[in-house]
Design a protein around this ligand. Structure first.
Ligand code: ATP
Ligand code: MG
Length: 222
C-alpha cells in the first residue's frame, strides 16, 4: 500500500512540469493537481478582474503578487484530498512559508520537492515550438509531441495558441527571475531534507527517474 504523496514540481519555464504531471496522472489517476500558471491563464481568458491584473505581469515575464496567487491556489487546495501535485506554486520564499503555515496544522505539508533541471538551451528551443490548449492547459510541441491534427487540441478539437509569454524577450526575463526567486525557495526545502534534483534533456529521460523518486517516497514510513 502506498502512502499519500504531496509533491511540488519545481523547474524553469519549459522544464516540463506540465508534461510530467500529465504522465504522472496516467499512473496515479487519483492524484489531484493544480498549475498556478493554468489558473491565471484561465482568468485571463475569461477576462476576469484577476485576469486583467495578472496579464500585466505575465506578458512581461514577471511574477504576479504573492497574495494574489496564494489566494487562488489555496482555493483549489482546500478541495484536494491526501495526494496531490503542485505545478508552479510555491514559487517564492514567501509563498512557501504561507503554504507551510496553511498545511502544517492540517498535517498535510509537502512531502517531496523535485526540481527538473533542464539546460537553458533546450528550454529556449522548446518554448519556441510550444503550443497550448488554454482551457485545459494541455501543451504540444512541434517536434516531440505534435497534435494529431496540426493546430488543434487532440481531445476537444479546439484551436491551439501561443502563450503571450512564450517569446524570446519574456523568456529571458522568466529564466532570470526563476533563478533568483527559486534559490531561497530551494534552500527552504533543502533544509527540510525533501529536495531532489533530476537532470535531463528530455521528458522521456526524466520521467522514469521521477517515478522512482515518488514511489520510493511513498513507500517510506510516515
Ligand atoms: P512553464 O513554461 O513550464 O509553464 P512558467 O513558470 O514560465 O513555466 P507558468 O507556471 O505557467 O509558467 O506561469 C506563467 C506566469 O504566471 C509566470 O511567469 C508568472 O507571471 C505567473 N505565475 C505563475 N505561478 C506563479 C506564482 N506561484 N507566483 C507568481 N507568479 C506566478
Ligand atoms: Mg507550466
Amino acid at each position: 500500500m502506498l502512502n499519500p504523496i504531496r509533491l511540488l514540481l519545481l523547474g524553469p519555464p519549459g522544464a516540463g512540469k506540465g508534461t510530467q504531471t500529465t504522465k504522472l496522472l496516467k499512473q496515479f489517476p487519483n492524484l489531484k493537481t493544480v498549475s498556478s500558471g493554468d489558473i491565471l491563464r484561465q482568468h485571463i481568458r475569461n477576462g476576469t478582474r484577476i485576469g486583467v491584473l495578472a496579464s500585466q505581469f505575465i506578458k512581461q515575464g514577471k511574477l504576479v503578487p504573492d497574495e494574489l496567487i496564494t489566494k487562488l491556489v489555496f482555493k483549489h487546495l482546500s478541495t484536494f484530498n491526501d495526494s496531490w501535485i503542485l505545478d508552479g506554486f510555491p514559487r517564492t520564499f514567501i509563498q512557501a512559508q504561507n503554504l507551510s503555515q496553511y498545511l502544517n496544522p492540517l498535517n498535510r505539508d509537502i512531502s517531496l520537492v523535485i526540481e527538473l533541471d533542464v539546460p537553458d538551451s533546450v528550454i529556449m528551443s522548446r518554448i519556441e515550438e510550444r503550443w497550448v490548449h488554454l482551457p485545459s492547459g494541455r501543451t504540444y510541441n512541434d517536434t516531440y509531441s505534435k497534435p494529431k491534427v496540426p493546430g488543434l487540441d487532440d481531445i476537444t478539437g479546439e484551436p491551439l495558441v501561443k502563450r503571450s509569454d512564450d517569446n524570446k524577450l519574456a523568456m529571458q526575463t522568466r529564466l532570470k527571475e526563476y533563478k533568483t526567486t527559486t534559490a531561497p525557495l530551494k534552500q527552504f526545502y533543502k533544509d527540510r531534507g525533501i529536495l531532489t534534483t533530476i537532470s535531463g534533456d528530455s521528458s522521456d529521460v526524466i520521467f522514469p527517474i521521477l517515478l522512482d523518486a515518488i514511489l520510493e517516497k511513498s513507500r517510506e514510513a510516515l
